[in-house]
Design a protein around this ligand. Structure first.
Ligand SMILES: [Zn+2]
Ligand SMILES: [Zn+2]
Length: 706
């Protein structure tokens, strides 16, 4: 999972705010000379007094295309008021479109408009206003903390994807009680509806001010970031922050927030710097949205694969063995076997060949492939010496498959060659980023490499995409997002391969997606240096995106290894090489599956499909008969012969998320039936055993996902 602790907003707090930098200095001076009063107000006063003087006007174009002639220096807030009192009340921030490229710059509602502009007034209906709203919530947090803990030193406080954080240096850690107090103080300050006001100070004064108040980190920021003679600040009551804004007009609207947690973070994200405490908060426009977010979070906690992995006895990570290394327990191992069986069969059916390659190979091979240069940091451990030769644990399967390709002379008639392997790899990841099954050091990729002629390219890409969809749908996913990562046209020097190769590869990916009518996001500049790629993201049961399948071109390795085939013309040609992984890794995919299904695997994947529950010892024989019958039909049934109350047995089977519970007593034994209970559909009543067998058969064969 991505964590925002790693990334630091380099500019001020709000990336959007950088856009309006150019306009600030002049305004700054105006603001100061006029005692912080926007120019627009004096115009309005003049209007109100009815003085007829020649007005200097500008033209404002609204989103509906209508235009207005308004006095120069009018503010978006005043325009909103002219449109409707309701809009004025709901307005949060204004958007001004650049006449040249249409980019929208967000500005304060109190920012005077000095020239013709396309203007939109943003309210909470506009997602773009949310970031500004959250940034203002970060300021509210800092204001509250300063009131309660006046001696803290301030770091930065940007919006994040669910709210905001602010950083503080304080000797004592913030406790849960502190958070409650801070949150209450934030509500109090919000209720007072304190205005967020922009002010400007000459840089030396700004530095002096921060120096005097001991705000050393802020001093550092002003030194580094303030490139103009006048420095932009925002105040919220007594709180003052070096900030380009924009902000919402006042604190009153910030109601739907909750402080979530405190986490340590190095100043500027650099190890060795002072360690600050980041207070994180969730924040939304409305309480309903906040409640939904908190609910999703609860839901995600319940689905956490690490928790379920232990409860359902699926896998473990053993400190004695080392971090990031997965132990598959019998039940997890069984699910894996079912996954792998399906995968291998499907690969064969789709014309792939299955191969196996060694886990450790000569270091020289990794020099040829270039991994020792560009992948060294991710190689697990250093080389091992055996008989004076150096060996390396493999981080990727590609060179192994290349050696198989190269083991004999290939003709165009042999192509495409599709080599697939459930290949186990080891990669170094910092222990701090390891996360259950999702980020590990040892894992098995469902990897394949396709070697083909340029003419076969589009067909192969289409087949790989089709395969990826088949995999994801089979395992119960319905919603996908595709991304096509292409080269940055401005920087062809960043990439390996010729311009023609890139054109052909990007063209093949695009054409194929278009022909298959698959929507995708085009991401220029996102390709890796060796080729363009398509990534699949899937959305799980609670709407979280996961990056799994990938189809990638490679111009690099065929050249480095001198791959060839003999063409129809009898000459040697270089084949096109495509890497593709569909689950990504078995471990990660299993982790995603656990969370997607909340541990309740569909019947075809469930480690135990039916739990047989005799009502008393008297019916143990019949229960054994039922269990064995299911076993004979190839089902995974388990008999709970414990001398426990039926309710307790049902509860335990339910906890283990076993799809079917078959209760057997006198009636069932006599009639040759089972009383069927489903883990989510509840009591399904008695059924003849043969009938249950037939219906389970259908469910398993169809790989139904509920
Ligand atoms: Zn700020
Ligand atoms: Zn590869």
């Amino acid at each position: 999972m991505a964590s925002e602790t790693g990334k630091l907003f380099t500019e001020d707090h709000n990336p959007r705010a950088n856009l309006d930098r150019a306009k600030t200095p002049l305004l700054a001076l105006n603001f100061l000379r006029r005692g912080l009063r926007p120019r627009g107000r004096s115009h309005r006063q003049r209007l109100a007094s009815g003085t007829k003087e020649r007005m200097d006007t500008i033209q404002i174009t609204l989103p509906d295309g209508s235009t207005q002639q308004v006095p120069r220096g009018i503010t978006p807030a005043e325009i909103a008021r002219k449109i409707s009192p309701r809009l004025a009340e709901e307005a949060l921030v204004a958007g001004i479109s650049s006449p040249s490229n249409g980019d929208v710059t967000l500005v304060d509602l109190k920012r005077p408009l000095e020239q013709d502009a396309r203007l939109q007034i943003l309210t909470q209906k506009d997602p773009a206003a949310l970031e500004v709203f959250r940034h203002s919530a970060a300021h509210l947090l800092a204001a509250a903390v300063l009131e309660l803990f006046p001696n803290v030193k301030l770091g930065i406080g940007p919006p994040i994807d669910y709210g905001f954080f602010y950083e503080f240096l304080r000797d004592e850690p913030f406790t849960t009680e502190d958070l409650a107090k801070i949150e209450a103080k934030m509500h109090e300050l919000a209720q007072r509806n304190i205005p967020n006001e922009r002010k400007f100070l000459p840089k030396p004064e700004a530095l002096e001010l921060y120096r005097k108040s001991g705000q050393t980190f802020k001093c550092e920021l002003v030194e580094e970031k303030a490139s103009e003679p006048m420095v932009s600040f925002y105040t919220t009551g007594k709180f003052m922050d070096f900030c380009r804004g924009p902000h919402i007009p006042s604190t009153g609207r910030i109601r739907a927030f909750k402080l979530m947690n405190v986490a340590g973070a190095y100043w500027k994200g650099q190890e060795g710097n002072a360690q600050l405490q980041r207070i994180y908060g969730a924040c939304f426009f409305t309480q309903k949205e906040l409640d939904e977010y908190l609910h999703r979070l609860e839901e995600a906690k319940k689905r956490d694969h690490r928790k379920l992995g232990a409860e359902l006895d699926l896998f473990s990570i053993q400190d004695e063995a080392g971090p990031g290394l997965i132990f598959w327990h019998p039940k997890g191992g069984l699910v894996r076997k079912l996954m792998e069986d399906w995968s291998r069969e499907e690969h064969l059916r789709r014309g792939y060949d299955l191969v196996f390659t060694p886990h450790i190979m000569r270091l020289d091979l990794w020099k040829t492939s270039g991994h020792t240069d560009f992948y060294r940091e991710n190689m697990f451990g250093g080389p091992m010496e055996v008989e004076k030769a150096e060996y390396q644990l493999k981080p990727m399967n590609c060179p192994g498959h290349i050696l198989i390709y190269k083991s004999r002379l290939r003709s165009y008639r042999d192509l495409p060659i599709r080599l697939a392997e459930l290949g186990t790899l080891y990669r170094y990841e910092r222990s701090g980023v390891l996360h259950g099954l999702l980020r590990v050091r040892g894992f098995t990729q469902d990897d394949a490499h396709i070697f083909c002629t340029p003419a076969q390219l589009e067909t192969e890409i289409a087949a790989a995409i089709d395969f990826a969809f088949a995999v994801l749908r089979t395992f119960g996913f319905e919603k996908f997002q595709l991304e096509l990562s292409a080269r940055d046209p401005q920087h062809p020097e960043h990439y390996g391969g010729t311009v023609e190769e890139w054109d052909r590869a990007e063209g093949a990916l695009k054409n194929t997606l278009d022909r298959m009518k698959i929507p995708y996001k085009y991401m220029p500049g996102e390709a890796v240096f060796y080729g363009p790629k398509i990534d699949f993201k899937l959305l799980d049961a609670i709407g979280r995106p996961w990056q799994l399948s990938t189809v990638q071109f490679d111009f690099n390795l065929p050249r480095r290894f001198g791959l060839e085939y003999v063409g129809e013309d009898g000459a040697r040609h270089q084949p096109v090489m495509v890497h593709r992984a569909l689950w990504g890794s078995v471990e990660r995919f299993f982790g995603v599956l656990i969370e997607h299904f909340a541990g309740a695997f569909p019947a075809w994947l469930a480690p135990v499909q039916a739990e047989v529950l005799p009502i008393g010892e008297k019916f143990l024989d019949y229960a054994k008969h039922v269990t064995e019958t299911l076993g004979r039909h190839g089902f995974r049934a388990h008999l709970d012969g414990r001398n426990e109350k039926l309710q307790a047995k049902i509860r335990d089977a339910q906890m283990q998320k076993i799809p079917y519970m078959l209760v057997v007593g006198a009636k069932e034994a006599e009639a040759g039936t089972v009383s069927v209970r489903h883990r989510s559909r509840g009591d399904l009543g008695p059924q003849p055993l043969a009938e249950f067998v037939a219906s389970l058969q259908r469910e398993v064969e169809s790989r139904a996902s509920s």
